[in-house]
Design a binder for this molecule. Structure first.
Ligand code: ATP
Ligand code: MG
Length: 471
């Protein structure tokens, strides 16, 4: 894949999304443009840059048609810190529950984990080496270096030059011998020959015992009391005895921790959140006023929307890693908007989400493709699962179209749950096989044909009550 200056071009983004999501071209284009626009905006001269509003998007569409999937894949593609939140889970500031700023704090946590995982990978080799060195030091301690003061200790009376060189020679010899033994042991360690031998070593004792209970909604404070307390406690060394194999892991972790510059990690994480972060706000329609006719909750819903405003527009949120500016964070909201309409959101918020895209209901033809085309297509998943039992499963074309037809039919007759219907249908279809493998079904090859689909599903599909429960 060719990156243009570290950012995918819109058509590259769409091509990548096409590998996982069928149809929904309009939504793909919109998110691809938004992603590129953010990069474009960063290239614009300072004074104008601040004037350019981010392309926040509302994805409108029924359940199970790919809204979340598009956002999730987009984040993966751009390797951006990504968080998915449900608008309906938030409460207005001052009420019990999660306040909206917590989404930025959580996003920062995610970014910190992301960056430190990358850094860990970078230093893993070095940490492993250091751990091995520590194990070696325990098994065969290096001889003390011939430090002059030690040689001239009381026991060794240095009288003349001749004597002095003798002492030095002994020490040198000993050092050489020691080095040889260490080399020999190092090889054994590397080959894993010593792996199940026991070793005793000093480990940093795990922090246990102190559970600090903060006031309700502790995450509101943007810091973690637990962490502060444990950082104030003296790090206790504890003797541990384990196999060398395990010691190697533990010590390597310890060394890794020492090697990683957490401050640099946090700075980079904050930079990434600010410049590339993505927040996916699901069920935004649930906080729109039109979503129910009861009066009471509407007030608090509007409160949530008002709290969202500054964050979406750009403000500074305090996190335990430092202040995070939300100006460039891309917000993608989504909802079915069955009852409430985007116009039921408070006007200011509507303005912050200038792009509206409608996702289409999925058709029978879409289902055929969803079953087979994406890199993570359901049938590919089941094939891989059955392969672990030594079975090659083949889905005949006719079977695939039968499954798709059934899914479309049940969606229409019972309830439209989009592509999720394929999951329920496939589990029903394959239940016997999945249960009977490997002990009750002795086959290397299984072909699922149209007839099998019919016999398995027809009864259930025809019986509306039954399909309500099973499919
Ligand atoms: N167009 C599509 N192409 C491929 N797979 C899809 C498509 N639409 C949905 N799916 C699959 O269906 C499942 C549900 O999709 P997703 O989570 O995106 O639904 P959604 O639109 O966010 O629905 P909801 O409104 O309920 O949150 C996922 O496993 C996804 O992979
Ligand atoms: Mg969703």
């Amino acid at each position: 894949m060719k990156y243009s200056n570290g950012s995918l071009t819109p058509s590259q983004t769409v091509a990548e999304l096409d590998k996982y999501i069928i149809g929904q071209g309009e939504a793909k284009r919109a998110v691809a443009i938004a992603l590129r626009n953010r990069w474009r905006r960063q290239q614009v001269a300072d004074d104008l840059r601040d004037e350019i509003m981010p392309n926040n998007i509302i994805l409108i569409g029924p359940t199970g048609v790919g809204k979340t999937e598009i956002a999730r894949r987009l984040a993966k593609l751009s390797k951006a810190p990504f968080i998915k939140v449900e608008a309906s889970k938030f409460t207005e500031v001052g009420y019990v529950g999660r306040d909206v700023e917590s989404m930025i704090r959580d996003l920062t946590d995610i970014a910190v984990n992301m960056v430190s995982a990358e850094k860990k990978e970078e230093i893993q080799e070095k940490a492993d080496e250091l751990a091995e060195e520590r194990i070696l030091d325990i098994l065969i301690p290096p001889v003390r270096k011939p430090v002059v003061t030690e040689i001239k200790s009381e026991d060794v009376v240095v009288e003349d030059a001749e004597n002095e060189t003798e002492v030095e020679a002994v020490v040198k010899d000993e050092t050489l011998q020691n080095e040889k033994t260490r080399e020999w042991m190092k090889k054994k360690l590397k080959n894993g020959e010593m792996d199940d031998k026991l070793i005793e070593f000093d480990a940093n004792a795990p922090q246990i015992g102190v559970q600090v209970m903060g006031p309700m909604g502790m995450d509101d404070m943007g810091m973690n009391i637990q962490e502060i307390v444990s950082s104030m406690m003296p790090k206790k060394k504890k003797k541990r005895k384990t196999t060398i194999e395990k010691a190697r892991k533990l010590l390597s972790q310890e060394e890794a921790q020492k090697l990683i510059d957490m401050e640099a990690v946090q700075t980079e994480a904050i930079r990434r959140v600010q410049e590339t972060g993505m927040v996916f706000i699901d069920e935004i329609d649930k906080v729109a006023s039109g979503s129910s006719d009861s009066r009471g909750p509407d007030v608090s819903r509007e409160g949530v929307q008002r709290d969202l405003l500054p964050i979406v527009e750009g403000s500074t949120v305090n996190t335990k890693y430092g202040p995070v500016k939300t100006d460039h964070i891309l917000f993608i909201a989504s909802g079915a908007f069955h009852i409430a309409k985007p116009s039921d959101l408070i006007p200011e918020l509507q303005g912050r989400f200038p792009i509206r895209v409608e996702l289409k209901s999925l058709t029978e033809e879409d289902f055929v493709k969803i079953l087979t085309v994406p890199e993570n297509a359901l049938l590919k998943q089941y094939s891989a699962l059955l392969k672990t039992e030594g079975v090659n499963v083949k889905f005949a074309d006719e079977a695939i179209s039968e499954v798709a037809r059934t899914a479309a039919y049940v969606n229409e007759e019972v309830e439209n749950i989009g592509a999720r219907r394929l999951h329920t249908i496939l589990t029903t279809l394959l239940e016997d096989i999945l249960f009977n493998l490997p002990d009750k079904l002795d086959k290397k090859k299984i072909t699922i044909d149209g007839k099998l689909v019919n016999t398995k599903l027809d009864e259930i599909v025809k019986n509306r009550d039954l399909s309500k429960y099973i499919l």
